[in-house]
Design a protein around this ligand. Structure first.
Ligand code: ZN
Length: 501
């Protein structure tokens, strides 16, 4: 048994090495690579990806997993070896159950879909992508059908990102959330818009970056095991547990861009940095789901970084960094500006309150597309209808409607959106538990001290890596299932005070 487990670990380490090299190629491509490197880099990334896939789907790994099953069964569920075998088996099934020719067809289709979308969006031309999207739905169903035994056809696709979550239960949670949010958004947006002109002056780029770095250093992001570089679309990436990097972008006329993307990506990165070092090189050495990952970025970005207590401490420092721009702006004015709520058409520009409505619209529509209860040709109209009923606005075109996100044109349809809102819900769930365990956390934040919160998150969330699914983790931490109550309470308290509701 010992030898078999050792052999499995060596093989998994090699797969991981290849994947991490692929991540390094991707990081370089998005940060420092000159344009001339693009054609070869695409090929290199594909080669590394293919090698990693071949190594991981090697039948020898399947045989090792089979041989190790009795050993796994003899161990407690949360034992490290048992968890490694369980999670590897899950990933192995995923990687081997979709036939190679379907994967090849799909990736060719995806490249074409993405290409078509980059032209269709600026031209506001939904008709150009309609047949492509119809094909994507068909492929998505085929992929789902490689994993029979599901309740809803979207379940296998949701599982890729949020293992263990089901369309039915997410739908129910989202329906409850929508019922709370729609009237809340109406109550807030019937008032005068918050004035955010104070964050739209001219702010020196270097000073902005320095300020953000100082804060995430205080949060506990470890610069000895990470660094920050510039990019077009901020992201976090990892080459090992000892090298977890973040990227950002700066807008001189928008103080919130670099700052909050830095806090957000640092939240993702601290999760990865906090994983048990003993899992290095194995499938356990990564955040467990898109929802839990997003809960950590949102927690540090919003629950901490957009809170009044936080700025009680940091606003004088921000004023000192930008005395000309902010010297005469009060904390109240600044706090309102960074928490401005408005009905907007674009998901990525949305505030904390309206954001989830954008996500839930997409989630519901993709379930209907997969079920076949909504035809692709009727999608633009369904989109506009939902924006009207949920946000009381309508895009004048499809460019800022159904064509705005790349997700449906760069992969399969299904599973890509729910994680954002699950993350928001879980951010409050975890934060609440941390505060229950350590009631000093809110006053710590007012002093710029984050060690207790960070320590609780490491202990209860980060260290486990992928050992537990999101639902298992929530059950362990809260003793119950996913619930929207803490999140709703958070939004009502914060925005109720801001807008005197
Ligand atoms: Zn994120």
């Amino acid at each position: 048994m010992e030898n078999k487990l050792q052999e499995l670990k060596i093989r998994l380490q090699e797969v991981n090495d290849l994947n991490m090299v692929g991540a390094l190629l991707g990081w370089d491509q998005s940060t420092y690579m000159p344009p001339g490197g693009a054609p070869a880099r695409g090929r290199q990334a594909a080669t590394i990806g293919r090698l990693a896939h071949e190594k991981f789907t090697d039948p020898a790994i399947g045989k090792l997993l089979d041989a190790l099953r009795p050993y796994q069964d003899s161990l407690p569920f949360d034992n490290d070896d048992a968890s490694l075998i369980r999670v590897t088996q899950r990933n192995y099934d995923r990687a081997t159950k979709v036939p190679a020719d379907l994967i090849a067809e799909l990736s060719a289709h995806q490249a074409a879909a993405y290409q078509a979308w980059t032209q269709a969006r600026p031209n506001n031309d939904f008709a150009a992508v309609q047949p492509i999207l119809e094909k994507t739905i068909e492929y998505s169903r085929q992929v789902a059908n490689c994993f029979p035994g599901y309740d809803h056809i979207a379940d296998p696709l949701i599982n890729f990102a949020d293992e263990g979550m089901k369309a039915k239960s997410i739908r129910a949670v989202f329906a409850d959330l929508r019922q709370e949010l729609v009237p809340l958004v109406q109550a807030i947006t019937s008032q005068e818009l918050a004035d955010d002109s104070c964050v739209h002056q001219t702010f020196d780029s270097d000073a902005q970056l320095a300020f953000g770095k100082t804060i995430i250093g205080h949060y506990g992001y470890d610069f000895e095991r990470g660094r920050q570089d510039m990019t077009h679309h901020p992201f976090m990436t990892k080459f090992s547990l000892g090298d977890v990097r973040i990227t950002t972008r700066v807008k001189e006329d928008d103080l919130t861009e670099a700052l909050f993307s830095t806090l957000h990506e640092a939240g993702h990165a601290m999760y990865e940095q906090g994983i048990n070092m003993a899992y290095e090189g194995s499938p356990l050495a990564g955040g467990t789901s898109s929802g839990v990952h997003e809960s950590q970025s949102r927690l540090w970005e919003n629950l901490v970084g957009r809170s009044r207590g936080f700025w009680t401490h940091y606003y004088p420092q921000l004023q000192a960094a930008f005395p000309q721009q902010l010297g005469d702006v009060s904390l109240d004015t600044f706090y309102r500006a960074i928490n401005k709520v408005s009905r907007s058409l674009i998901r990525t520009d949305a505030d904390e309150v309206t954001y989830n409505l954008h996500v839930m619209i997409r989630f519901d529509l993709e379930l209907q597309l997969l079920e076949g209860t909504l035809a692709v040709k009727d999608l633009p109209e369904a989109w506009h209808g939902r924006y009207q009923s949920d946000l009381s606005i309508q895009a004048p075109d499809n460019k800022d409607g159904v064509l705005q996100d790349v997700h449906w044109f760069a992969g399969i349809v299904g599973g890509a959106f729910q994680g954002y809102t699950l993350g928001n819900i879980m951010s409050s769930l975890f934060f609440d538990q941390a505060v229950q365990a350590h009631p000093s956390i809110p006053t710590d934040i007012e002093k710029g001290e984050f060690g207790v919160l960070h320590g609780w998150l490491k202990e209860n969330v980060y260290q486990h890596g992928s050992k537990f699914t999101a639902n298992e983790l929530i059950e362990r931490v809260t003793g119950g299932p996913l619930t929207i109550e803490p999140y709703i309470r958070y939004l009502r308290t914060k925005f109720g005070a801001l807008y005197k509701l």
